[in-house]
Design a protein around this ligand. Structure first.
Ligand code: FMN
Ligand code: SF4
Length: 451
């Protein structure tokens, strides 16, 4: 990427490496950038403004209150318009002032006026770079979005060796390019990653193909565990299995996307052992992953394991579980064990049977997403408000969510009351509604099932 048409401000501070800013300026102008140089008072002790003026073809900014200099206000306006400000080299002093918002000279005033990205290339003695004050200032600046480069390691001007050398101009130019390239926010987008070889038919019998391993697409997809990618991976897994079943032997992939649902679920459960991603790990006896047929296209999702489930390592084995079995097998519903897979939104028991908290649900959501990607269900029955609300991403009450079919990726989701709630509220009305929901699930399942 050229820097043609880019308006940059190059700040130079009082480091022994200040002369290297001359090479950087030459490179920036060679790439087409228009550069205004601003020297700190101490930088002038190292390199005179004339060199910078000659190379940039512009006046050099130094003294904010110089009556000979063009209007300072105009230059502050320039900082607002600049595409980026680059401070190279930056002293420990400059890092401290920038981190704390001081504006006691031209350069630090420009930094506060800047609207564009700021790139800082520090240079200092090794001991200084590691000083806790400098470490804290760098962390503050980075947290604010400033691109502070790591100095290089090697021989330093002090005669010592360590980390503190001015980074190479190429690395600084690269950081400027990155800062100038807007990053698109992909939040909320649905992504489909394709991978593997393509086949171009030559005639009805022959085709042209290539030796693509699919690793790149697979790596891209595995980089983000969000639901959208889980969906994509589910589809990808089905495609890859299809290739394998056709006898394609050159995919050369490892990982669970090539596995059948039973192997994938086993691998997921194994990988989850010892999980400490949320504080529910503290009180659990076992991780209750899920149970049922891996070929099930009907998945039941509850809230979280209770005491019986925690003790046995299986979901829905207590009184609520017995009621669930009765409901699933009831007349007009009639799901068999082989048709259902049962799991929960969190896999570890919340203490005292409390509801899982938002951060616990968020921590465990990728586990459920991966399970669903392996199972590829057609109908999901969500038991109770916690499961229904977290899966649908809503705060609507279960009484309003139930009785309806909600689209859920390539499946549909039907919320209903949790059997534990039905045990506590024996009113016939709630049981009747739950039974209606189960019959709805049965109808949807009969229409959508493929096995
Ligand atoms: C010969 C010499 C070399 C210096 N080199 C550095 C350096 O590489 N990095 C640094 O942080 N300070 C260095 N300093 C100290 C700074 O010049 C000093 O902290 C000064 O106040 C920085 O002012 P400024 O940030 O406004 O330019 C050096 C000082 C001298 C005398
Ligand atoms: S609830 Fe889920 S995320 Fe939290 S510790 Fe258990 S398995 Fe890990």
């Amino acid at each position: 990427m050229s820097l043609a048409g880019r308006e940059l401000i190059l700040g130079v501070t009082g480091s022994i490496a200040a002369y290297k800013a001359v090479y950087l300026l030459r490179e920036l102008t060679r790439l087409g950038a228009a550069v205004t140089v601003c020297l700190s008072e101490h930088a002038r002790e190292f390199v005179g403004p004339l060199t910078f003026r000659t190379l940039s073809g512009r006046p050099v900014l130094t003294n904010l209150f110089d009556p000979q200099s063009p209007d300072a206000v105009e230059h502050v306006a320039l900082a607002e318009r600049a595409d980026a400000i680059v401070v190279a080299p930056a002293t420990a002093n400059l890092l401290a002032k920038a981190a704390h918002g001081l504006a006691d000279d031209f350069l630090t005033t420009l930094l506060l006026a800047a609207r564009g990205p700021v790139v800082i290339a520090p240079a200092m003695d090794g001991g200084m770079w590691e000083h806790p004050a400098v470490v804290a200032n760098v962390a503050t600046l980075r947290a604010r979005g400033v691109a502070v480069l790591e100095p290089d390691a090697g021989a330093l001007a002090s005669g010592l060796s360590g980390k503190g050398r001015f980074p190479e101009p190429d690395a600084i130019v690269e950081a400027i390019r990155r800062a100038l390239t807007p990053v698109r926010d992909l939040a909320g987008e649905r992504l489909l990653v394709t991978a593997g070889p393509t086949r171009e038919p030559v005639d009805p019998v022959r085709y042209l193909s290539n030796r693509s391993s699919g690793r790149m697409g697979y790596g891209l997809a595995a980089a983000d565990p969000r639901q959208a990618l889980a969906d994509a991976l589910g589809a990808l897994g089905a495609t890859l299995r299809h290739h394998r079943d056709l006898g394609t032997t050159e995919l050369g992939l490892e990982g669970q996307y090539l596995l059948g649902p039973d192997e994938a679920l086993r691998a997921q459960e194994q990988a989850l052992q010892g999980c400490r991603k949320c504080k529910l790990c503290e009180g659990r006896t076992t991780i209750v992953f899920g149970a049922g047929s891996p070929r099930a296209e009907f998945v039941v999702i509850g809230e979280g394991p209770g005491a019986d489930e925690d003790a046995q390592g299986l979901p829905f084995v207590g009184r609520a579980g017995q009621l669930l079995t009765k409901m699933l097998e009831s007349p007009g519903v009639g799901f068999t064990r082989d048709e259902a897979y049962v799991s929960n939104t969190v896999k570890c028991r919340p203490p005292g049977n409390r509801n899982p908290e938002a951060e616990e649900l968020a921590a465990c959501a990728p586990v459920l997403a991966a399970q669903l990607a392996a199972l590829q269900p057609k109908v999901i029955l969500a038991l109770g408000s916690v499961a229904a609300q977290s899966l649908l991403g809503t705060k609507e009450a279960i009484g309003r969510l139930r009785g309806r079919v909600h689209p859920y990726g390539s499946a549909v989701l039907i919320p209903t009351f949790h059997p534990a709630f039905l045990l506590r509220n024996p009113g016939q009305e709630y049981k009747r509604m739950a039974w209606e929901d189960l019959k709805l699930a049965r109808r949807e399942y009969d229409q959508r099932r493929t096995r």
